[in-house]
Ligand binder design. Structure first.
Ligand code: AMP
Length: 262
């Protein structure tokens, strides 16, 4: 009798849990309406990498002379026109196998620039790609409904809109001594892509530049990009720091195992 009651209790508990899970899932998708546009967020590795305190194999700042010297991808973010954005839209655990054929491109253009493990949407920690897929990629539906197409399209956009090249051709190159007018950098991007980008700085160093797109991938203005005074995080003159990777010996001394780095 006691074991029957126990079984019944377990069954009720299981059903209640399953139903509660469904409700949370439904609420999530109801609360988060379809996004309005995409922001392709690009990071300047010179700014990100100079904060490197330790190395590990997954950190591209630690690749010595192969460390990135061009803007790298932070993510392709579905955003709303009011300045907010949806996140973690449905449960789709990141599976690196699905993007194995893109790995070379992702390692080169969308590398992790840290030894840390960003949080996923469900209380755990994972890879940088996993974080971007679960937090942002799952909200890119109905444009993308799977990892492979999300990562492939992001790589293609990055290669088509070559920000490093645009700035290079306008004379804005990595330097630890030059300061450049923010207005000049924005104008170079406007002339090349015919849109207003969003620019973010860490002190006077460019940290991220965002290029925005309609859902059909035609370029459009980013929200909050209209005038220079709204770019609160950047001063009038900004830098594009050069990153000098740690030399081989220092790297070996500072390189903990991946496990120690977590
Ligand atoms: P997001 O939520 O897309 O803004 O990403 C922020 C999270 O990703 C934070 O945990 C950051 O520390 C981490 N992050 C941002 N850029 C990188 C990068 N290039 N490599 C590794 N982690 C990163």
């Amino acid at each position: 009798m006691a074991s029957r009651t126990c079984l019944l209790f377990l069954l009720v508990a299981f059903l209640a849990g399953a139903l509660a899970g469904d409700v949370i899932e439904v609420n999530r998708s109801q609360n988060q309406r379809e996004f309005d546009y995409f922001a392709l967020s690009l990071q300047w590795p010179g700014t990100y990498c100079r904060a490197t305190r330790h190395c590990c194999s997954k950190n591209a700042c630690c690749r010595g002379s192969d460390s990135p010297t061009q803007f790298t991808i932070h993510g392709l973010w579905p955003d709303y026109n009011d300045g907010s954005w949806p996140s973690c839209c449905y449960r789709s655990d990141f599976n690196e196998k699905e993007i194995s054929t893109l790995k070379d491109g992702l390692d080169k253009y969308w590398p992790s620039l840290s030894c840390g493990s960003p949080s996923n949407c469900h209380g755990g920690k994972g890879s940088f790609w996993g974080h971007e897929w679960e937090k942002h990629g799952t909200c890119s539906s109905p444009v993308f409904r799977d990892e492979y197409n999300y990562f492939l399209a992001t790589l293609n956009l990055y290669l088509k809109y070559n920000l490093t090249d645009v700035l290079y051709k306008a004379g804005y190159v990595a330097s630890n001594s030059e300061k450049y007018p923010l207005g000049g950098i924005v104008t170079a991007i406007q002339n090349a892509f015919h849109i207003n980008p969003e620019v973010q700085c860490k002190r006077d160093a460019i940290d991220e530049i965002r290029i925005c797109f309609y859902k059909d991938f035609k370029p459009r203005d980013c929200v909050g990009s209209k005038d220079l005074t709204s770019r609160k995080s950047c001063p009038k003159y900004v830098s594009l720091p050069e990153y000098t990777p740690l030399d081989g010996e220092a790297m070996v001394l500072k390189m903990p195992t991946d496990r120690e780095a977590l």
